[in-house]
Design a protein around this ligand. Sequence first.
Ligand SMILES: [Zn+2]
Ligand SMILES: [Zn+2]
Length: 232
Amino acid sequence: MLNGFLNTLFPETCPVCKNRARDHETAPICSACWQEVSPYKGPLCRRCGKPLVSEESATCGECIQDEPAFVYARSFGLYEGALKKAINFLKFYGIKRLSKPLSDIITQIKLPQVDAVVPVPLHEKRLRQREFNQSALLAKYLAESLGTDVVVNCLVKIRDTRPQVGLSSQERRKNLRKAFDIKQRELINGKNIMLVDDVVTTGATVRECSKVLKKAGAKNIYAITLAHGVMD
Ligand SMILES: [Zn+2]
Ligand SMILES: [Zn+2]
């Protein structure tokens, strides 16, 4: 039991295949499992990027009913396997070095040309607890690869909302209402923006952030996330 506990704190074996994995860029995920991480290629909603069960890509009912403020949203892959493990090690165990390989894989998908990369913010209380915003790290490296600016402290979270887990799509939206605001509007006004987050589930967060950015004068907004989760 102690070994299991230590392994969680200082993992030496790959959480996916249980082989030894140390001194590797993506550790504790071993290089073999990391190689398996691949972009989602199945049918999706052309607008919000939600994976669809149908054969073809189309626009989902939610996007038809309530048009999002973003031009489109896309995720690199599905929130499962090694990708899910890597995101969780970054987020909950604070293994920050994973943010570089995680942001690198995003560049495997077709990305829009933008003027600025903006991370989905954390409320300052959460930021103090976690000590870093995983989305800001991803945004920083992504901006570096794209040769563009990262803009932090512009889109801010002004209300500490309760966790979205276990809430319905409608409840999630209600929970996020008036949770975000813009400081220093000039940083995004008239600009094409890439909004970056780690995981998207119902899309409530990127929808709300896009709405706020658009209202503050952003031109075209594209929401790019690492992984698309399934509604729990
Ligand atoms: Zn492995
Ligand atoms: Zn959609």
